[in-house]
Write a protein that binds this ligand. Structure first.
Ligand SMILES: Nc1ncnc2c1ncn2[C@@H]1O[C@H](COP(=O)(O)OP(=O)(O)OP(=O)(O)O)[C@@H](O)[C@H]1O
Ligand SMILES: [Mg+2]
Length: 219
């Protein structure tokens, strides 16, 4: 089905993200940007565009997803780990995580789920919610750190912290991927989840960070 995963067809239009050389694809970043610009408009509306100041972030996400080993090494990105995309409010983290997977339709997808929804579900269902994420599906936990502490039958639980601990075990066992987006920096994540979780997050994720001064695209 994906004999030519570098050729993507959207509404009858073919996008070539690169060229095939033997059995390896030579991806072309500029062509990937053309496709991402188009797909972004389809997903998020006509105001979506590729911001020049985001191109470094986009480049890192692209080389990670296509597993370009040379560039990954250069940027200290481990293709086996997940991505933690951090940055200020409204810079475009959630949109990028939803968009970028489309450049690699042949790869196992990840589901983008707000961390808040997971704690709400914990408040209703209790520990069953934590177990639900203990599988080999791939997830992107969106907006990690803004969720409230879980509370089920009067018992408090650091729900996302627990889920990250179990996702870390799955990563060690099966290279199961977990991604996340967050507004918090490393210190704030540690304050929020404690150093046990923080230490595992360093193993679980490659950090890709927007600059602190990145503009809020909602404005
Ligand atoms: N490249 C873009 N071009 C135009 N609009 C964009 C772009 N990226 C994001 N937006 C818009 O900006 C708003 C914020 O984007 P998004 O939700 O992805 O940011 P975020 O970093 O996840 O924010 P938060 O920190 O609040 O979760 C959305 O309305 C989105 O549609
Ligand atoms: Mg977001």
């Amino acid at each position: 089905m994906h004999n030519n995963p570098h050729i993507i067809i959207e509404k009858g239009v073919e996008y070539h993200l690169g060229t095939l050389h033997g059995d390896t694809i030579q991806y072309d970043f500029q062509k990937m940007l053309i496709y991402l610009n188009h797909k972004g408009k389809l997903l998020f509306g006509k105001n979506f565009k590729i911001y020049e100041e985001d191109e470094v972030i986009l480049f890192k996400l692209c080389i990670y997803l296509i597993k370009d080993h040379e560039y990954c090494a250069k940027f200290n990105i481990d293709p086996n780990k997940g991505i933690l995309l951090s940055g200020p409010v409204g810079c475009g983290k959630t949109s990028l995580m939803k968009l970028l997977h489309h450049i690699v339709p042949h790869q196992k997808p990840y589901e983008v789920i707000p961390a808040r929804n997971i704690t709400f579900s914990f408040n209703n269902q209790g520990y069953k919610t934590i177990e639900e994420y203990g599988n080999t599906n791939y997830y992107c936990f969106d907006d990690l750190g803004v969720e409230t502490t879980g509370r089920h039958f009067g018992k408090d639980c650091n729900v996302m912290g627990e889920i990250i601990l179990s996702r870390y075990d799955l990563y060690l066992k099966n290279k199961t991927k977990t991604h996340a987006t967050t507004n918090l920096n490393a210190q704030e994540l540690e304050d929020r989840y404690g150093n046990r979780v923080r230490s595992r997050m360093r193993q679980l994720f490659n950090l890709i960070a927007f600059e602190e001064k990145s503009a809020d695209k909602r404005k």
